[in-house]
Design a protein around this ligand. Structure first.
Ligand code: ATP
Length: 434
């Protein structure tokens, strides 16, 4: 199954409404996708979980939601604009890019893959702002979401009671003219990142780097069914940015290209604030209120991809199973991630009493979480449909329900059924959804 698992996921995503190719009727746009009705629920659940983990449960991390367009000087300071003009070679295997004058020979210094011919890569996506044609100015859609965090850092510091060490988190879109968008959501041109930049004193850099590395790994691992498909990969000296003492990737074992980056934990030192200080003529020196020590804040970054996580979790959750001669496809998604927590089925679509009772159950649960309603086809078919989108529990309202107010709760993974009183349903979900 591994070989074509990605194809199966792509097809399931379209068939069931997780992900659609963007502008499909016009032939699509390479590397751009839309989330469908089921996909948007899952991606929202994912983002909520991340936010809860990174912001809600921590006193020393706050969130922002920055704009996609920033002042063009930002990208000069970040180094992205400069890279336009340098001829770069790209590794065909790991897609790392190097300045032509920095590599010897035709082999990638990181993975040994073959290198492309040198080209002037323009990674940033341009946008023109201005009404009159001759007044239009070039801006860029942000190439990485984290830059907005550096730009807002002092406003956050002043508007909250945060003191260093503290972090700023953000989930937001990023745009890159990827040379080879491929592998579905893995490498896109428009995608979403979840970033956290943790500002610390130089003395505590080591400590916080180790802390975030561990935290992020455990969080991702918790979401997986197959815990062995995640690992760390330390960057070698040839990969490290000149300002970084260390960098580590959290990687996932993909069925299409082996171990691949999922999230980067980066030692950014004072590079970002120093560069923005230099380009904007702003002094970012911070004075520690307790010790009086002055320094440019240093940064530990955790930067991961929302869409990549979405894809990896689908790959992880997918299973084809045969039981007693019956085949089914299941997504073993963590209940908190599943697009619908429950599906409500009136046993027979044309029996008013069953429909009315089922409506009652739907109305009881739908204020709490997403519930699907399905009265189409026989119950077996409805189960198959819900298994394929990862709905953990199916609730069937039958003739017994009309007598004793109990319904059948069927478990996605075990396929076992039990009867529960309608009045006990809220407690059931409370216990099972934590
Ligand atoms: P890669 O080496 O795979 O190109 P990167 O090192 O360029 O990734 P970062 O700039 O560190 O990636 O971005 C942080 C995260 O954003 C990555 O770990 C990944 O999850 C996600 N990401 C980066 N580029 C893309 C893309 N083109 N499509 C989808 N997600 C991406």
């Amino acid at each position: 199954m591994a070989g074509n698992l990605l194809e199966k996921i792509v097809s399931l995503c379209k068939r069931r409404g997780f992900v659609f190719p963007n502008s499909e009727i016009y032939g699509g746009v390479r590397g751009i996708y839309d989330f469908g009705p089921v996909g948007v629920e899952m991606v929202n659940n994912l983002k909520k979980l991340w936010w809860r983990e990174m912001v809600q449960k921590r006193e020393n991390v706050v969130g922002i939601d920055g704009a996609i367009i920033t002042h063009p000087r930002v990208w000069e300071a970040s180094g992205h604009v400069k890279n336009f003009t340098d001829p770069l070679v790209e590794c065909q295997k790991c897609h790392k890019r190097f300045r032509q004058d920095e590599v010897k020979g035709k082999k990638c210094p990181v993975c040994g893959g073959s290198l492309s011919e040198p080209k002037k890569f323009n990674i940033l996506v341009e946008a023109k702002l201005g009404v009159l044609e001759e007044e239009k100015q070039t801006y860029y859609l942000r190439g990485e979401a984290c830059q907005t965090i550096y730009l807002d850092y002092e406003n956050v510091l002043r508007s909250t009671r945060q003191k260093i060490p503290f972090g700023i988190a953000q989930i937001g879109k990023a745009f890159r003219n990827e040379i080879t968008p491929k592998n579905f959501l893995f490498r896109q041109r428009e995608f979403e990142q979840w970033d956290m930049q943790f500002f610390t004193s130089p003395k505590e850099m080591e400590k916080w780097f180790a802390y975030w590395k561990k935290e992020r790994f455990l969080w991702y691992q918790k979401l997986l069914n197959h815990k062995k498909n995640i690992r760390f990969r330390e960057h070698g000296p040839e990969e490290l940015a000149h300002y970084a003492k260390k960098a580590v990737d959290i990687e996932y074992k993909t069925p299409f290209a082996g171990w691949k980056e999922w999230e980067g934990i980066h030692w950014r030192g004072d590079w970002d604030l120093s560069r923005h200080g230099q380009y904007s003529k702003h002094d970012f020196t911070y004075t520690d209120p307790k010790t009086g020590e002055k320094f440019i804040p240093q940064i530990v970054e955790t930067s991961g991809g929302v869409d990549r996580t979405f894809l990896f979790l689908l790959l992880d959750a997918y299973e084809e199973e045969e039981r007693e001669g019956q085949k089914r496809t299941i997504l073993h998604l963590h209940p908190q991630l599943a697009p619908f927590k429950a599906a409500v089925f009136p046993l027979l679509a044309n029996k008013k009493e069953l429909r009315d009772k089922a409506r009652e159950v739907f109305s009881l649960l739908s204020p709490l979480f997403m519930v699907d309603w399905d009265d189409n086809g026989n119950i077996g078919k409805r189960y198959r449909r819900q298994d394929e989108i990862g709905t953990p529990w199916c609730l069937t309202i039958d003739f017994k329900t009309l007598k004793d107010d109990t319904i059948t709760v069927r478990d996605r993974d075990t396929m076992q059924q039990k009867r529960i009183k309608i009045e006990k349903l809220k407690t059931f979900f409370k216990e099972n959804l934590t």
